[in-house]
Design a protein around this ligand. Structure first.
Ligand SMILES: O=P(O)(O)O[C@H]1O[C@H](CO)[C@@H](O)[C@H]1O
Length: 247
């Protein structure tokens, strides 16, 4: 397989990755014969970037002709049935920064990308969710494959116990600091979206608990499930309709 990779620092106006574990490269290649572009590292609000900068890659992908975006993230499990290592197909989201007016589409609307008031009730493509469930079953992943609601916060501090309890009551199954802004911009410009959370740690919900959320555990769980996540995503891609480019 031939790949061509660009360091983010060599791409004019591209943000830089500042998070440990994010390589900071844009990689072009083929996955099982399908052309794709892959971000090795994304951007977060807590890095200090304006929300429009965080999501700029989505519009670049649109201009490159990408039709389907596949997003993955690490997240803390709020749903008490979830275990560390579970993979959650995201079926919906809670956009907490958005409640406070921090939405990547705020400001003048870019009409060449999409409408002023885009619908978000269909943000996560239902056919792709079903495809992921089918592929998960085939691969023998059903025991650790879930479907749920992802909630984004600004970070970088992890949540307090009271915050975790509140988010769970509001209907969130997992919490993280990314993805939702990218989804909003990708949907605004009409790309299909599929997203997965790897439950890297359990959100602490109990004052008697000795557990503490930490980035090392997040990275470690990511490494442990990397191979299965790769198989799941690459098999999903092979089943996408022909001529469907993706990021
Ligand atoms: O959402 P991704 O980028 O996968 O990473 C998650 O893990 C980091 C915290 O450990 C935060 O960046 C959080 O958003």
């Amino acid at each position: 397989m031939r790949i061509v990779a660009f360091n983010y620092r060599d791409i004019p106006n591209f943000p830089q990755s500042t998070v440990h574990g994010h390589a900071g490269r844009l990689v072009f290649g083929t996955l099982k014969g399908r052309p794709c572009v892959c971000m090795q590292g994304r951007f977060h609000l807590y890095e200090g970037y304006p929300i429009q900068k965080i999501t700029m890659p989505m519009r670049i992908f649109k201009l490159l002709g990408v039709e389907t975006v596949i997003l993955t993230n690490a997240a803390g499990g709020l749903n008490q049935d979830y275990k560390v290592g579970d993979i959650m197909i995201i079926k919906d989201h809670l956009n907490m920064p958005g409640f406070a007016g921090n939405n990547p589409l705020a400001g003048p609307n870019e009409e060449r990308f999409g409408v002023r008031f885009p619908c978000m009730s269909d943000a996560y493509d239902r056919e792709l969710q079903q495809l992921a469930l089918d592929v998960g079953l085939e691969l023998g992943f059903s025991d650790f494959l879930r479907e749920g609601v992802y909630c984004v916060l600004g970070g970088p501090s992890f949540e307090t116990i009271a915050e975790c309890r509140m988010l769970h009551k509001l209907g969130a199954d997992a919490v993280g600091m990314s993805t939702v802004h990218e989804v909003i911009v990708a949907r605004h410009c009409g790309m299909r979206v599929f997203a997965l959370s790897l439950i890297t740690n359990k959100a602490v919900m109990d004052y008697d608990s000795e557990e503490k959320a930490n980035h090392e555990e997040v990275l470690q769980t990511g490494k442990q499930r990397a191979e299965q996540l790769e198989r799941l995503v690459s098999t999903i891609i092979t089943r996408l309709e022909h001529n469907n480019n993706f990021a």
